[in-house]
Each structure stands twice: as C-alpha cells, then as structure tokens.
Design a binder for this molecule. Structure first.
Ligand code: ZN
Length: 245
C-alpha cells in the first residue's frame, strides 16, 4: 500500500466514523496482540508451541479440564492470564466513541478484559473472560487474582472446583451473548471488523446480520470477507485507530 493510497483509505474511514450513529465493533485476537497478548490461533502464536507435548487446543478443552484440572490450571495460569497487558490505541478509541454516543457495542472474541479496562461498558465477550471464575457447585464468583494466587486446582469454600468463565473447546457459546451481539449488529449503521482473519466461528457468520451502510474491515492480512466490505485496510488495528478522531 503506497502512501497516497493509505491516506485515501484513512480519510474515507474517518468520514465513515464521523457520520456514524450506531457503530458496532467486532474484534478478534489482533486487537489484543498489539497489547502483547499472544494469539492462540496464529501460526506464530501459542498454537505452534506444545506444552508438555500436548497441543494448547487440547489443554484448553472441556474434557481436559475435567480429567486433568491440575495440568489445565498450570497452563492456564502460565499462558492465558496476562495481567500486565494494557489497552492499546484501538481499545481506547472504542471507549471514547462509546462515551461520545456513536458506538453502541463492542463484540469481542478476546477474554482479557482490555476493552473494559479502557472504559468500554457495552462489551459482548463471545468467549468469556479470565476476570470471571465461578464455583461449579454453588456458583460463587472469584476474580482473576484469586486464581492466580491459588495453587493447584482452585477450590471454593464449599469444596467445589472453580472454573474460569471462558468458553473452552468442546463448549458452546452463550446464546444470550450471541443474541445481544447479533441484535447490536443488525441495528448498526457501521460495522467495523478488526484484528480477525474471520476464519473462526462464529465471526464470519455475524456479518450476514449487518444491514447498515458501511462495512469496514481492518486486518493485517486479507480475509474471506474483504470483497463484501466497502472499505478494507490491511494494517495493524492499533496503528489505524491511533490516527482516527
Ligand atoms: Zn462453592
């Protein structure tokens, strides 16, 4: 992308944002990688690294959690909880747009809570959050510090095993969250999709609920939905958002 073409795309994106009243942002792992959180699904991310000779997608599956909770939590504390990460320009801009009243919702596949840390209120976390953990027996909630500071398999006072409120492999997504996300997307005038290759369910399927004016895709690499978008920018999401107003 040459400089002139880049300026044209950024100017058009700013026009779309300035005109928006009901924006929705749909974000994937790319939004978090710029805050230093590894992408579990990318080739150079954690999925290419084995852990005790087990693939990460096997460890973070429901059956592995049930059968080997000690090993699950060893991996989970070591690789999935990144409390040092800070919101980047994309998180901050989205929170600012929500306060300004032009952004209605953030739909995210990330579990790190960085949107809330940046100040976003209306966040639909499709894959849950590391910040919520609950007792499987009595339902009591525990924060991420509790998990991090416990050892072995964290247990509740009642003796129940605590489970992260994160959607593991083999588990379905929360239908209520899907419904809310779809509702927000179906009412949006602008949908910005960022930091996702759109290969992972249900991201790709969400686009068909969008009937608004402007579909924008911002991702480092090309996505299968690029041809559907009015505007497509192949760049890092944080870099793009840092120059928007
Ligand atoms: Zn309990």
């Amino acid at each position: 992308m040459n400089r002139h073409e880049q300026e044209r795309l950024y100017t058009r994106l700013q026009e779309i944002v300035s005109d928006a009243k009901q924006m929705v942002f749909f974000g994937g792992a790319g939004v978090s990688t710029e805050s230093g959180i590894p992408d579990f699904r990318s080739v150079d991310g954690l999925y290419s690294q084995k852990y005790h000779n087990i693939m990460p997608e096997e460890i973070i599956s429901h059956s592995y959690f049930v059968k080997h909770p000690t090993e699950f939590y060893e991996f989970y504390r070591d690789k999935m909880i990144c409390l040092d990460a800070k919101p980047n320009a994309a998180h901050k801009k989205l929170a600012e747009w929500e306060k300004r009243g032009i952004l209605k919702a953030v739909v995210t596949q990330n579990i790190d809570g960085l949107h809330q840390m940046a100040g976003s209120q209306n966040v639909y976390e499709l894959h849950g959050s590391i910040h919520r953990n609950y007792c499987q027996k009595c339902g009591k909630f525990f924060d991420v510090r509790y998990i991090l500071e416990s050892s072995g398999v964290p247990e509740c006072d009642c003796g129940g095993i605590i489970k992260p409120d994160v959607v593991l492999y083999e588990e379905g997504l929360d239908n209520q969250i899907i419904e809310k996300a779809v509702d927000a997307i179906s009412k949006a005038d602008v949908l910005i999709i960022g930091g996702t290759s759109l290969n992972v369910y249900p991201a790709a399927g969400f686009i068909r609920y969008f009937h608004g004016k402007h579909l924008v895709i911002i991702n480092r690499d090309a996505t299968p939905a690029d041809s559907m978008a009015e505007l497509c920018i192949h760049a890092k999401i944080g870099e793009v958002f840092s120059i928007l107003d």
